[in-house]
Design a protein around this ligand. Structure first.
Ligand SMILES: C[S@@+](CC[C@H](N)C(=O)[O-])C[C@H]1O[C@@H](n2cnc3c(N)ncnc32)[C@H](O)[C@@H]1O
Ligand code: SF4
Ligand code: SF4
Ligand code: SF4
Length: 336
């Protein structure tokens, strides 16, 4: 079988985490803080298996909290030797100066750390971990110093922190960070327990993005990307010219596919549905299975006549899988 070429894989090193973010999309979250992380040898075996089956352009190490894995630097180095770029998505609380230095030496492309508010109380209300704000902001400042182009702040916008957006961006700028991923709260995981409190109504969502746009226009040295698709009938993106909007694609070659440390493969990191396991079938075979392709070809009924369908694709339909149990419905944010 020819080797598969995959542009971007989200590799989930663990389901464990030291935080219990109210908004976390991880479908396995049940309100507890799952620890400990898995056997590091198992994670390494899965990485070897994956890179044995496919050439991967970029691996994004995620989870759970990937810094809980004691061998994360070995895993990154292994992937780098195989010619794969590596990014790390971490809550920043465990990113010691030594750990950061190791990543820099290995040639990590990007490190993404969420900063949810300029106000420590709001950040820690959302993460449910005391002292997480000072650790995350310190980690982000050090990352910006060591990896100026690869330091990303992640701002997950919920109803709770939406009023803080301008001051939070001021803080991010003062930390020396010039790349920001702006994610509207996407419904799923722990967020299902807190949806009413977190979900953004249209007016608040538009206001928050207008605040980001104003800040972005005034700071041409910064780059803003919106990481979660929002249905175009919920938010028109045209006024936000300084924010790059990424659109979801059902084409596996144009979207990050999620692979867990156990080898389970999913449509993307937000999707709860396992479509195969790389210990049972090569990833190329899993992704080209006609039954799988058929499953993701469906069009939501409410979108069938929409002229925006080609771009919008019904919003985040992994969120539909989490809320309605099917990919065939449009993004559940439409019902709020
Ligand atoms: C699930 S986390 C895993 C990595 C790491 N634990 C962290 O928090 O960065 C991956 C990214 O998704 C973001 N995220 C989590 N839940 C989200 C949600 N419901 N909507 C949008 N972004 C979310 C996090 O802020 C983080 O940047
Ligand atoms: S968003 Fe990240 S830090 Fe927060 S609970 Fe989820 S995995 Fe943990
Ligand atoms: S495709 Fe569906 S979700 Fe998107 S704008 Fe059209 S109706 Fe709304
Ligand atoms: S289904 Fe949702 S989370 Fe998954 S790639 Fe598309 S927009 Fe992103």
């Amino acid at each position: 079988m020819p080797r598969e070429h995959l542009g971007n894989i989200v590799f989930e090193l663990t389901q464990a985490c030291n935080q219990c973010c109210r908004f976390c999309y991880n479908y396995w979250r049940d309100g507890s803080t799952p620890l400990p992380p898995p056997d590091p040898g198992k994670v390494r075996r899965t990485l070897r298996k994956l890179l044995g089956q496919a050439d991967v352009g970029t691996l994004s190490f995620s989870g759970g909290e990937p810094m809980l894995l004691k061998n994360i630097h070995d895993l990154a180095l292994y992937a780098r030797f195989r010619g794969t770029a590596v990014n790390v998505l971490t809550n920043g609380t465990l990113l010691t100066p030594q750990a950061l230095q190791n990543f820099v030496s290995i040639g990590i492309g990007a490190i993404q750390i969420p900063v949810l508010s300029h106000n420590p109380e709001v950040h820690e209300y959302l993460t449910q971990l005391p002292h997480s704000w000072s650790k995350a902001t310190d980690a982000l400042r050090r990352t910006a110093e060591s990896l100026p182009c690869g330091a990303y702040a992640v701002l997950v916008i919920t109803k709770v922190n939406a009023p803080d957006v301008p001051q939070t961006l001021d803080l991010i700028y003062s930390l020396g960070v010039r790349n920001v991923m702006v994610n509207r709260f996407n419904i799923g995981g722990m967020g299902l327990r807190h949806t009413a409190e977190l979900v953004l109504d249209r007016k608040t969502l538009a206001r928050a993005f207008a605040d980001v746009e104003t800040f972005a226009a005034a700071h041409p040295d910064m780059h803003f990307v919106s990481g979660v698709c929002t249905p175009l009938c919920v938010m028109d993106t045209t006024p936000y010219r300084h924010i790059r909007f990424a659109w979801c694609s059902t084409d596996f070659s144009r979207r990050p596919v999620a692979v867990s440390y156990t080898g389970d493969v999913r449509f993307c990191n937000h999707s709860p549905v396992v479509i195969g396991n790389i210990y049972e079938r090569p990833i190329g075979e899993i992704l080209s299975d006609p039954a799988t392709l058929g499953r993701y070809a469906s069009i939501p009924e409410r979108c069938s006549d929409c002229r925006l369908l080609k771009i919008c694709n019904g919003g985040c339909r992994a969120a539909s899988e989490q809320v309605y149990g099917t990919f065939g419905e449009a993004d559940p944010i439409l019902d709020y």
